[in-house]
Structure formats: C-alpha cells, structure tokens
Design a protein around this ligand. Structure first.
Ligand SMILES: [Zn+2]
Length: 459
C-alpha cells in the first residue's frame, strides 16, 4: 500500500508526526513546533556561472567543492538540473518566479521583471517570513525587479569589494562598485543571520555568489590548489569555485552554530554554466549546450527531506514550487514548474524520467560572430530522455544530439535521425506556442504538460 502524502508542515508548525510510506520504505518525519523548535528558515544560494561538471560534488576530478560534498551527504542532490537559460537575468527571474524565461519576459540582462509576477520572496513575505538578500553583482540590481518581496536587499557595492572595475554596464552608469566577493557575501549573510534575523519569525535569506564569473581572479591559495599538476588554463575558474565553496561552508557553519541547521531548508543552485571554449564559446549567454545550462541543485532539510542522488531531469522552474511544497505553502497559479517533492519517492522519479526539459536563449549583442555563425535571435531547445533538439532559426541552426552517447554534443544527428526529430519537434513547437502566448492566457497545468509530453513522446 502506498500513501500519497503531501508535506503540509509549516506556517506555524503543528506538533505532529507524519508518516510517509513509499513502497516498502518508511520515512518518519517528525514535525515539531512549539517553543522548543524555532520557525523554519529558507537559505537560497545562487552561484553565478557554475558548471555542475566542474564541481567535485558532481564528479569533477579536482577537489573544487569539498564543503558542498559534505553538505551533499545530507541533501537531495539532483544530478540532471538545468538552468532556464544561459544568461544571469533571465535565469534568476525564472528562479525567483518559477516561470519560463520567454513568459516572464526577462529575456536578457537589464530587462525588468514585471511587478505582476509573484516572486518566492513575495509569497513568503505574505506568509510572515522575514526576507533578505545579499547580492554578488549589479546584474540583479533592484531596478530590474529582482528585489520584489525582500525586506532587505543588499546591493550597495563598495569600490573595493569586488573584482570588476567598470564605469558602465548595459548603458547604465556604475557609480560605485559592480560586484562583491564571496567573502563579503558570506560575512554579510552571517551578520544578518546573527543580528538582524528575528528568532520568532521564519525567514528567507537569498545569497548570490558572483565569483566564478569571468575574469578569474581567485585568492591565490585556491588558484594554487586547483592548478596542481596542470597549466593554469581552467585553474582560475576552478579556483573561483573552490573559493565560493569555502565561503558557503562558512555560512553553513554559522547555521550550525546558531542552532538553525535542522530547521532551515538550504537550497543551492546556479544560474548557468560556462563555455570554457567548448563549442567555441569561452563564456556564456551564447549557447544552450550542456556546459552552458547544467547547474547544481541540492536541497537539505535534516529530518524532512530524504537525502540521496536523484537522476530525474529537473528545471529551474521547479525550484520555487518545490521550496513552497516542502514548506506546505501553495504556489502561485502562474508558475510553470513542478513540486519535485513527488520525485522524492523513487517510483515517481521513474514516471518523471521522460519529462521534457526546455531551454531558451535570446542573444542581445547583435553583430557578434562565433566562427561562421552570426549570433542573433532566439534559440530554443528541448531535452527528452537522452535526446536534445536545438532550434535557432535566426542562426540557421537545427541540431539533434544523443546525450547518452555524445554528452559533449559534438555529432549533430539532425539529418541522420529524422524519426527522432519528428517526435521532438511538436513538443518544442507546443512549448514555443505556450511561452509566447500573450500574458493572461491559460496557464500550463499538469494535464497540459502531460499532453505536451504525449505529443512527441510515447512511453
Ligand atoms: Zn550569471
């Protein structure tokens, strides 16, 4: 017998014990409240420009993320997590709203997230949460709508806090600093947790670490550690990741010290990857190949989430509904993602293994070339199981890859596998029609998603 039990733990936690039966395995979830248990917290960490495959927690051979490896031992780790796009602004807008990039309208950096959307911080603030964010970069400045729902939004960059020394970005004058280093983000995070957080209130603390973004200038000890035995190419990027890993470790240690580790849902993810010259692109925002969009996604809530690795493909739109689902709070109607809570039971992981994953990029620096391709316009992609179809009409690119046999996306099978193209094309077309429909159009529910799946994929 299987009991489908949905988490309804929070608001003010009722003193109760819930049993969840998954197949034959028994999960005991003791949900306490009352004076002995502080209210829940959410620590949402977004690491900029983070390729999952350059993190040792995701199998990278160099020790780039020892702290996150320790964290992962007690966490749900999604091995196939995708960012919504390969650009900072669009991906963060999706992370904050649970809506696909073409639908929320932030299709490039410096585009404003509309007020009408309900962000995670707005939903939690309405539930009585104290909300704060510490930013790593001006790219997420409040003027672009990212501060919606935050009581405190720390975006005051000092000239000496970061590594960028620029006076202008996307046509906007940068008067103070543009970014801040991981050390400063973590110091401010710990200060907020220690001094500003109100112990009787639940909280959301969002942290954005910008360091892995080029240029790579990690503190020398990290550069040395990650450079051992090779030339320096690549060590700078890995060094920045190791530096962020250490600084996240500092925040996690503070949670422990403050007695908050057990009551805090910690979510660690990223906004996009980095080309590192694969497919001719050293950076990001150009392609939606795997290196540009595969990011970490890990969630830890001791005693509440069952730790383990999950292979089902997941997307950035899922993060908001999954956080709210774990907290027992309803998600806004407009969202596109799934509450992955259902996926924590292995039988449903299997059901979701063939769900389509959608990717999007709009290029906004006209005139640039990548080898022979003039960059411009939109790219759309869908992944279904091991197949990935990429369509970029403006760049005259139609590509199909078998990620199982060709994870580096080197052999375009578009012409060689017409049956697969025929199966995936309607799935992507249906999604494109959906995401480009005018605002107010009926939202995509689970039923519609199921239809979409069925359109191009037969189980
Ligand atoms: Zn970014």
């Amino acid at each position: 017998m299987k009991l489908g039990l949905h988490f309804r733990p929070s608001r003010c936690l009722r003193s109760s014990a819930l049993l969840a039966l998954a197949g034959t395995s028994l999960l005991l979830l003791h949900l306490g409240c009352g004076s002995r248990h502080p209210p829940p917290g959410v620590l949402l960490i977004s690491i900029d420009t983070i390729r999952a495959d350059h993190m040792s927690v995701y199998g990278y051979a160099r020790p780039s993320t020892p702290n996150l490896e320790a964290f992962a031992a007690d966490a749900v780790v999604f091995d196939n997590a995708y960012a919504a796009s390969s650009t900072t602004g669009p991906s963060h807008a999706t992370l904050f709203t649970g809506i696909y990039a073409p639908r929320h309208g932030v299709n490039a950096n410096a585009v404003v997230l509309a007020e009408r959307h309900h962000t995670l911080a707005e939903v939690l603030r309405d539930e009585g949460y104290q909300t704060a964010a510490v930013l790593g970069s001006f790219v997420l400045d409040a003027r672009f709508g990212f501060a919606q729902g935050y009581d405190v939004y720390q975006q005051d960059f000092g000239r000496d806090e970061g590594k960028f020394d620029i006076q202008e970005w996307e046509g906007i004058a940068i008067r103070d600093g543009f970014d801040r280093r991981a050390t400063v983000v973590s110091r401010r995070a710990v200060e907020w947790l220690t001094r500003t957080r109100k112990p009787h209130r639940p909280f959301l603390l969002t942290l954005h670490y910008f360091d892995p973004h080029e240029p790579y200038r990690p503190p020398i000890e990290y550069a040395r550690r990650l450079a051992a035995g090779r030339n320096n190419l690549g060590a700078g990027y890995d060094g920045e990741i190791a530096y962020v890993d250490d600084e996240i470790g500092r925040v996690l240690a503070a949670l422990d010290k403050l007695g908050l580790a057990k009551t805090t849902l910690v979510v660690i993810t990223g906004d996009h990857g980095q080309g590192l010259t694969q497919h001719n692109d050293p950076y990001h925002a150009v392609n939606i190949y795997e290196e540009s969009v595969r990011v970490p996604l890990m969630m830890r809530w001791p005693g509440r989430l069952r730790p383990g690795r999950r292979s089902l493909p997941v997307e950035q739109v899922d993060v908001l509904p999954t956080i709210l689902g774990a907290l027992g709070i309803g998600a806004p109607e407009e969202i596109d993602g799934l509450d992955l809570g259902v996926g924590w039971r292995s039988n449903e992981d299997r059901d979701l293994a063939s769900r389509p994953i959608f990717l999007y990029r709009q290029f906004y620096s006209p005139g640039r070339k990548l080898r022979k391709v003039v960059l411009g316009g939109e790219q759309f992609a869908v992944r279904v199981e091991d197949w990935k179809l990429i369509i970029a009409e403006d760049e005259r690119r139609r590509e199909l890859y078998d990620l199982g046999r060709d994870p580096g996306e080197l052999e375009n099978l578009y012409d060689a596998r017409p049956a697969v193209v025929t199966r995936l094309t309607p799935v992507l077309d249906a999604w494109r029609r959906y995401v480009t429909a005018p605002p107010g159009q009926r939202i995509l529910g689970e039923e519609e998603r199921a239809k979409l799946r069925a359109l191009g994929y037969v189980e």
